[in-house]
Design a protein around this ligand. Structure first.
Ligand SMILES: CC(C)(COP(=O)(O)OP(=O)(O)OC[C@H]1O[C@@H](n2cnc3c(N)ncnc32)[C@H](O)[C@@H]1OP(=O)(O)O)[C@@H](O)C(=O)NCCC(=O)NCCS
Length: 298
């Protein structure tokens, strides 16, 4: 019979094979006591499964980052037990809602979806479209030549003035004009200064395209945003094209671009105009579950 265990930071290393390489480093860096919860499954002293979740800053919500069971031990209830245990632990820590994000269209997707369904998770919705390409391919797209009228000025984001920065932050506090995931000041340590640009219209910042370092060969568009009144005019695309041109001289030829399904116009643009110039498109799905007393009963 297997057993479950809430893992300490030291113990989690023995379960590394059950998560993605990216999360291995997250797990080894972050203190498990505070924002991370990891539960391991052990059978005959062997590690056979891991689920881990990360609490959001408010500590009221959490994301289950990954769940996996050793192939030879599947379909005997370990996945269910791990999921229920982590839900219970999150509830005990005062968390009221959890989300799971997973890749659609993978061989493992039906198993993940059945596991979630069986444990009372609502049907997932598409969340993000993750597109990969490179400079050679993207540079052939006709929209790479989009021009801007003279009233617009593209500038390197690192040249944003202190006043402009304060203005953006003030406006955001007042009217929340951009979604938090597109905050241009988040993860500033990752920004690639040579490829991140802003757009001024008659002297006022109305758009930005922030490109981040993803790995040794890859840059990622971390935030592409244009103010509502300038949407659907090709302004953001012109800015994106400028960033893509700038990637040419960085030595990182691969480019990743994610689009949220909350931005249907951008999704349509990718489907209609970008697809021929992409190497791959992957879609992530998201399900959210309210954590209630039922988890305790289970
Ligand atoms: C998803 C996963 C964790 C399930 O683990 P598990 O220990 O097999 O899960 P359980 O035994 O508790 O199965 C629970 C239910 O999930 C469903 N399920 C599990 N594997 C399934 C499969 N291959 N096909 C269809 N449904 C499946 C079934 O409804 C099952 O209930 P049942 O056996 O009574 O029919 C496991 O398949 C896995 O590790 N997959 C690869 C890792 C992965 O892709 N993780 C997702 C990244 S977040």
């Amino acid at each position: 019979m297997y057993s479950l265990k809430i893992l300490s930071e030291q113990e989690v290393a023995g379960f590394n094979e059950f998560t993605f390489p990216h999360y291995r480093s997250v797990l080894s860096k972050m203190s498990l006591g505070h924002r991370m919860v990891a539960v391991g499954a052990v059978l005959l002293r062997e590690s056979v499964g891991l689920v881990f979740a990360e609490l959001k800053e408010t500590l009221r919500a959490a994301a289950i980052r990954s769940i996996a069971v050793a192939p030879q031990q599947r379909r005997i209830g370990i996945g269910t037990a791990l999921l229920q245990r982590v839900e219970l632990e999150l509830m005990t820590r005062g968390c009221g809602v959890a989300e799971v994000i997973y890749m659609a269209g993978r061989p493992s997707t039906p198993a993940v979806e059945s596991l979630l369904r069986k444990n009372g998770w609502p049907t997932a919705n598409p969340r993000m479209m993750i597109c990969t390409s490179d400079f050679d391919l993207l540079s052939r797209a006709p929209w790479m030549k989009l021009a801007l009228p003279p009233a617009f000025e593209i500038f390197l984001w690192k040249e944003l003035t202190a006043c402009e920065r304060a203005d953006i932050l003030e406006c955001q506090a007042r009217e929340k004009f951009f979604p938090e995931v597109l905050n241009p000041f988040a993860h500033e340590d990752l920004a690639e200064p040579a490829c991140s640009f802003g757009l001024r219209y008659k002297g006022r910042v109305v758009a930005w395209c922030i490109v981040q370092q993803f790995d040794a060969n890859t840059l990622r568009c971390g935030s592409l945003f244009v103010r509502k009144e300038f949407e659907a005019q090709g302004r953001a695309i012109a800015l994106l094209a400028r960033s893509i041109y700038a990637t040419r001289d960085t030595g990182r030829s691969n480019f990743i671009f994610d689009v949220s399904f909350e931005r249907p116009r951008m999704i349509r643009f990718v489907q209609r105009r970008m697809t021929p110039y992409l190497k791959s498109i992957r879609i992530t799905n998201e399900s959210r579950k309210k954590l209630t007393g039922e988890c305790l009963a289970a």
